[in-house]
Ligand binder design. Structure first.
Ligand code: UD1
Ligand code: MG
Length: 411
């Protein structure tokens, strides 16, 4: 069985990180999330993939090539305009055979979950997961072993007054964006009209299969154990933490005497961990990094390749992408830092509000409660901070921006 993966979207909710790369190329545990998904599917026995690329698709093709490095075969199809998930799935029609696995490119899923989905019979199986907050998802109603209704983003439907059949979320069970399809889905896609969001949505196509009782196409479901959706920038931290919790220790680089490594730590080839560094795993450090002397790297941290962490720097539960320098006297907590950034000495990122509230951020001009007590900064690529810059909780910095010495960045 082949797997098709949707990877054409920009990920506008992931800006500023996606200004310079498509969402699927954002790293978790030092690999693009798309690579983590392919690894998971490969471990479930799938070796042939079709990736639907679009926004900055060349970066995806250049990184994965024909898949040989990963021991799989990858074909590509280009979706020139991102008109929605149904439209994206329609592009793979001639490439996937009569039954195939379809995965959104923006969620981490366990390989045993995928294994149990591909072993199922039936025309359509939708993977579902119980979540705390249904906002941003398709909500699923079931009866027995069947899906009977999908309400896409019910909070938006309610706002526009164009309520679906029930007009409200019946449960906390959501569509995980992973499906087993038969080729019956393509005829349903052909019939699908634009949604209130102006997109062709696969959830509408599936709903039409459910409603068309004459067609005799069953829609079943499969409940996932492990699924981490990456819809907002801070979800990268959740996915990173999850993947790091499952890793072992692997040391390819050099550890100087009097550097301390505790718990599981991965140190890539060509990396040096200098004297006095104190690293408490799980921590993943890429290749050709220069770490220390005298720094403190705490659990949940992934440092990409060619990263420099210098003297008296403390960093916890963060993702730092390739070629970033955090050279001296800095604190970085619960943050996502793009590639090619440079931190002036003494740059500090706040990651906790003193009033006990969750950190809020502004996404697409709308204030959003992140649900997190702790969140630092989301920094695009090539940001340069002046010395003693203070960055407040939940601040997002566009790629290529900079701060003055002593600047306090509140928003
Ligand atoms: C989608 C589902 C929602 C589900 C959620 C789970 C639809 C309409 N909704 O919503 O029911 O709960 O996933 O995370 O499918 N993409 C393309 N081309 C396009 C549009 C999207 O390739 O034209 C890709 C994106 O890059 C992404 C994936 O498809 O990898 C899903 O798109 P996204 O916009 O993230 O859908 P959600 O709003 O998350
Ligand atoms: Mg999504």
């Amino acid at each position: 069985m082949k797997a098709a993966i949707l990877a054409a979207g920009e990920g506008t909710r992931m800006r500023p990180l996606t200004v310079t790369r498509p969402k699927v190329m954002l790293p978790v545990a030092n690999r693009p999330m798309l690579e983590q998904i392919i690894i998971s599917a490969r471990d479930a026995g799938i070796t042939e993939f079709v990736c639907v690329v679009g926004y900055m698709g060349d970066l995806v093709r250049a990184y994965f090539g024909d898949g040989e490095r990963m021991g799989v075969q990858i074909d590509y199809v280009e979706q020139k305009e991102q008109l929605g998930t149904a439209h994206a799935i329609g592009t793979v029609r001639e490439l996937v055979g009569d039954r195939f696995l379809l995965l959104n490119g923006d969620a981490i899923v366990g390989s045993s979950d995928l294994r149990s989905i591909v072993s199922r019979g039936g025309d359509v199986i939708m993977a579902v997961k119980e979540v705390d907050s249904i906002e941003g998802y398709g909500v699923v109603a079931t009866a027995g072993d069947r899906v009977v209704e999908i309400i896409e983003k019910p909070e938006q439907t309610a706002k526009t007054g164009q309520a679906g059949q029930t007009g409200r979320a019946a449960s906390n069970l959501v569509n995980a964006g992973i499906y087993l399809f038969s080729d019956a889905i393509f005829d349903a896609i052909d019939e699908t009209k634009k949604s209130i969001r102006g997109e062709y949505e696969i959830t509408d196509s599936i709903q039409s299969l459910i409603d068309d009782t004459g067609a005799g196409v069953d829609v079943g479901y499969s409940t996932l154990d492990t699924w981490i959706d990456i819809g907002r920038p801070w979800n990268l931290l959740d996915a990173n933490e999850y993947l790091l919790s499952g890793m072992g220790t692997e040391i390819a680089g050099e550890i100087e005497p009097y550097a301390t490594l505790k718990g599981n730590v991965v140190v890539g080839a060509g990396t040096i961990i200098r004297n006095g560094s104190y690293i408490t795993g799980p921590v993943m450090i890429g290749e050709n990094c220069d770490i220390g002397p005298n720094c403190f790297v705490r659990p949940g941290t992934s440092l990409g390749n060619n990263v420099r962490i210098g003297n008296a720097v403390e960093i916890k539960n963060s993702i730092v992408m390739d070629k970033t320098n955090i050279g001296h006297l800095s604190y970085v907590g619960d943050s996502v830092i793009g590639s090619g950034c440079n931190f002036g000495a003494g740059t500090k990122i706040a990651n906790l509000r003193h009033d006990g509230r969750n950190v809020r951020v502004v996404l697409k001009d709308v204030p959003v409660d992140t649900g997190r007590r702790k969140l630092g900064a989301i920094m695009g690529d090539n940001v340069h901070t002046g010395i003693n810059t203070c960055i407040n909780v939940g601040v997002m910095l566009d790629p290529g921006t900079g701060t003055h010495p002593g600047e306090v960045v509140m928003e």
